[in-house]
Design a binder for this molecule. Structure first.
Ligand code: GLY
Ligand code: MN
Ligand code: MN
Length: 465
């Protein structure tokens, strides 16, 4: 945990955002995999962890705004629990670490809330993604699970987004730790990317490094020679010379902060001219949009900078044609870049996405685009110092999408379909960094992970020995 003052400060800051009533933030419960006692690795709810820090299941936190009191509800272990789990700190001891003196058994939460509701005081809740928590809230508040969404508090959502969006130095240190573990994961992966190796072997090594240094990976690893499938979790292929291998992965620290990195490497360690040409365009899009990343800029404009760089590069290669600005305004580049430049990163890989992506990435100044491709941009709003965003442009050759657009003669004034056919089996390339917005610009977090053609080839040389 961070120091207790940090959690006290965060809760008091939230009090200023949500004016009256109580805030109810349930922590996560254990989640069963295939029978009740066989559970997934416990992962605390990020909002609960942000405001209360405790990393145990079956807790609930309450912030009473009107009375200035915070509570932890939870049950102390009994002798049977101790036999299986060993001695555990009491709830009162745990709560003190978060600066909270008021604790009570979980069974008292019902009566506590009934009292609040009787007095017609507002109960602020956020949307929940786990069925167990939805049922718990349903029972506690007397609201059918399917109607909980009508009772979520926009005031609370906006307050949490405001606070969690700006990372302090302690949080940046955590994210950098997670990127440093990713450095180890990715350099190991690069050194294994040789013909004959099965994708799953590399996934196993990368996951193992994450577990060794912190916690499990921050999301299921994407690793494939079919990088044109954006979230490819199929790892059964054997690597073949001439293919590019996409690795998109991250680690999670003990305090639950994530990294989210992508690198794409040529199987065998040497880029062909064709691979290098496309790679350099993606790298250029990454670098140029990072150069535009600074306070006051809409992240939407950084996305468009990446799109423009990609369209220009593809025009130079003969895959696109016509006026670049007109092409990206029309959305023709989305044949090759059908996703957004990035998203917020923090305790969640897509940070706070459970609170509603539109509440995190957009605001009254800017709404999401409706255009294919750009509509997937998760973060479009103005940047502020302390925001952490991913920068992850890519170029993909998706045969099914190419065929659909070609047969509909889509954007034929901007796309040279004959030339595109030469790349049909190319796969995809994505490069992803984690970026901190600073007062005068931005910086890439963590130990630099090989990224240029020369750096990737140099690193992969060590794998050949
Ligand atoms: N790893 C998923 C993403 O990059 O957003
Ligand atoms: Mn990623
Ligand atoms: Mn990402």
């Amino acid at each position: 945990m961070f120091a207790q003052e940090i959690y006290i400060k965060r809760r008091n800051a939230l009090r200023n955002e949500v004016k009256s009533g109580i805030i109810l933030l349930p922590g996560n419960k254990e989640a069963s995999m295939n029978y009740p006692d066989n559970t997934y690795t416990f992962r605390q709810d990020s909002n609960f962890s942000y405001f209360f820090g405790l990393n145990h299941p079956d807790l609930a936190g309450v912030i009473d705004i009107d009375n200035g009191i915070d509570y932890i509800f939870g049950n102390d272990v009994d002798i049977e629990d101790i036999i299986w789990m060993g001695p555990q700190p009491t709830i009162a001891e745990q709560a003190l670490n978060a600066g909270i003196k008021n604790t009570a058994p979980l069974s008292e939460l019902n009566e506590f809330l009934a009292n609040v509701i009787r007095r017609k005081r507002p109960v602020h809740i956020v949307p929940h993604y786990r069925a167990e928590t939805q049922l718990q809230l349903s029972n506690l508040l007397g609201i059918k699970p399917c109607r909980l969404k009508d009772y979520v508090s926009m005031e609370l959502i906006q307050g949490i987004v405001k606070l969690r969006s700006v990372k302090d130095d302690n949080e940046i240190t955590e994210i950098e730790k997670a990127v440093d573990v990713a450095y180890l994961m990715f350099t190991a992966g690069m050194k294994m990317a040789f013909p004959g190796r099965k994708e799953q072997e590399i996934v196993g090594v990368m996951e193992g490094i994450s577990v060794t240094h912190g916690r499990p990976v921050s999301f299921p690893i994407i690793l494939s020679i079919n990088g044109q499938i954006l979230h490819n979790h199929h790892h059964e292929n054997y690597l073949e010379a001439g293919r590019m291998m996409v690795m998109d992965a991250g680690s999670e620290t003990q305090l639950l902060y994530a990294s989210d990195i992508t690198r794409t490497v040529p199987v065998g360690g040497k880029f062909t001219t064709k691979q290098r040409d496309v790679y350099e365009i993606v790298l250029n899009a990454n670098l140029k949009s990072i150069a535009e990343t600074k306070p006051g800029t809409f992240y939407f404009d950084c996305h468009m900078k990446a799109a423009e760089t990609i369209a220009t590069g593809l025009k130079n290669l003969g895959l696109m044609k016509g006026n670049v600005q007109d092409a990206i305004t029309a959305g023709a580049h989305a044949l090759f870049l059908p996703h957004g430049l990035g998203h917020m990163l923090g305790m969640d890989v897509h940070d706070m996405e459970g609170l509603g992506q539109i509440n995190v990435g957009y605001d009254s100044e800017i709404q999401p685009s409706k255009q294919f491709g750009t509509a997937y941009l998760r973060m479009g709003r103005r940047l502020q110092p302390g925001f952490v965003v991913t920068n992850e442009p890519g170029i993909y050759f998706i045969p099914e999408l190419i065929d659909q657009w070609k047969s509909a003669n889509m954007f034929s004034e901007f796309i040279n379909y004959e030339k595109v056919e030469e790349y049909r089996n190319f796969g995809g390339i994505r490069i992803e960094d984690d970026i901190l917005v600073t007062p005068d610009g931005c910086r890439i977090l963590g130990k630099p992970i090989p990224k240029t053609v020369a750096e990737v080839e140099e690193t992969m040389k060590e794998g050949m020995a």
